[in-house]
Design a protein around this ligand. Structure first.
Ligand code: SIN
Ligand code: FE
Length: 309
C-alpha cells in the first residue's frame, strides 16, 4: 500500500495574516493540504452549548444521522429531533446558526484572497460514533472518497469544509489519499470513462428546464457534465476495492478541541472513528481560486480538452 506524505499544515497563530500568508493558506488548501488548528479558532459560545450537543446522542432513537442546518432557510434538515417546534430543536438551530456565522466571519478574515466569493452551504452536527456505522456503501464515510453532492451540483464551485472535533477526550481519526490532480489520471480513461462535454443544444435545453423550476424536483437535470463525472468518480472510488485496500494514503488524528479545513472535492478522505463533530461547508467560486490548475474542473477540462460546465 502506498503512503502519501501527510498533507498537513499546522496553523497555531491565526493573527499573523500578511497578504502573502493568506494567499499561501489558500494555495495550500487548493493543492490538497489540510490546515489544522490544534486549538479551534471558532469555539462554541459557551460550555452549556457544548454540553447540550454532547447530550443529544443519548436520545439516539430520534437521531439516526448527521443533523444539518441550512443558513439560507434557517432550518434544520434531515432531523427527526422531536418536532420542529420543540425547545431542543430551537436550541440546536440557534447553536448551529451562531456557529455558522462565526465560522464564516473567521474565514472572511482568514482566507482574505477569496473575498467571501462563496455560498455558505450546510452546517452539520455529527453526533454518531463513526466506527462501525452501518450505512449503504455509497453513503459510507469510512471509505476513501471525494465529496460530490447528488442533490446540490456545484457547477464547478469548490467544496471547502471547516470541521471541529467537540468530543471532550477522543480524537477523530481520518485517512486521506492523493489529491484529484494526481489521482484522476491513474484511472481515466482505463478504469473510468472521462466526462463528455454536452452539445450546445443539450446545455440550452437543460438550462431552460432548470429555469422553469423543474431542476429543483429533479436534481439530475441540474448536473453539468462536471457534476455528473464527480458523482461517478465518488461512487467509483468507494466501489473500487483495489483502491480502498491498496491506494496511497496517510492517517491523521484530529485531537479534541481542534479544527481543520480541507477541500473535500479534491482530497480523498475517510473517517474511521470519532464522535461529535461540527462542520461548515462553503461552495467557493471557481473565479476565487489562487491556484486554479489544481481544481478538479481544470484538471478534467485539460484531460478532455472541452468545457465541462
Ligand atoms: C466525510 O466528509 O466524508 C466525513 C468526515 C467526518 O465526518 O469526519
Ligand atoms: Fe466526505
Amino acid at each position: 500500500m502506498g503512503v502519501v506524505t501527510l498533507p498537513l499544515e499546522i496553523v497555531r497563530d491565526t493573527t499573523q495574516k500578511s497578504a502573502e500568508q493568506a494567499r499561501l493558506w489558500c494555495r495550500q488548501l487548493e493543492e490538497g493540504n489540510i490546515l489544522l488548528f490544534p486549538q479551534t479558532p471558532v469555539a462554541l459560545e459557551n460550555a452549556e452549548d457544548a454540553q447540550f450537543l454532547l447530550g443529544l446522542e443519548q436520545s439516539r432513537s430520534v437521531l439516526h444521522k448527521n443533523l444539518a442546518y441550512q443558513v439560507a432557510t434557517d432550518r434544520i434538515v434531515g432531523a427527526n429531533l422531536c418536532s420542529a417546534n420543540s425547545a431542543a430543536h430551537a436550541r440546536l438551530r440557534a447553536i448551529l446558526r451562531g456557529y455558522s456565522q462565526r465560522v464564516t466571519e473567521f474565514l472572511v478574515g482568514f482566507l482574505v484572497p477569496y473575498q467571501a466569493r462563496w455560498q455558505v452551504d450546510y452546517t452539520s452536527f455529527r453526533p454518531i460514533e463513526e466506527q462501525g456505522r452501518n450505512l449503504p456503501l455509497r453513503k459510507r464515510n469510512d471509505l476513501l472518497h471525494m465529496d460530490a453532492f447528488p442533490t446540490r451540483p456545484t457547477q464547478g464551485a469548490r467544496i471547502l469544509r471547516f470541521f471541529q472535533n467537540i468530543h471532550p477526550t477522543r480524537p477523530r481519526e481520518w485517512i486521506v489519499g492523493e489529491p484529484f490532480r494526481a489521482l484522476a489520471p491513474q484511472f481515466i480513461p482505463a478504469s473510468i470513462a472521462p466526462p463528455r462535454a454536452e452539445s450546445v443544444q443539450i446545455r440550452k435545453m437543460r438550462k431552460t428546464v432548470c429555469r422553469a423550476g423543474v431542476g429543483r424536483a429533479i436534481p439530475a437535470l441540474q448536473r453539468s457534465p462536471y457534476d455528473r463525472f464527480m458523482l461517478r468518480f465518488h461512487n467509483f472510488l468507494k466501489e473500487n476495492s483495489g483502491y480502498q485496500s491498496q491506494g496511497a494514503r496517510a492517517a491523521i488524528s484530529f485531537p479534541p478541541g481542534s479544527s481543520w479545513m480541507i477541500y473535500t472535492d479534491t482530497v480523498p478522505h475517510a473517517v474511521l472513528s470519532g464522535q461529535y463533530a461540527l462542520e461548515q461547508t462553503f461552495l467557493v467560486a471557481p473565479q476565487a481560486m489562487v491556484a486554479p490548475e489544481h481544481a478538479p474542473l481544470s484538471v478534467l477540462e485539460s484531460i478532455v480538452g472541452q468545457r465541462l460546465v
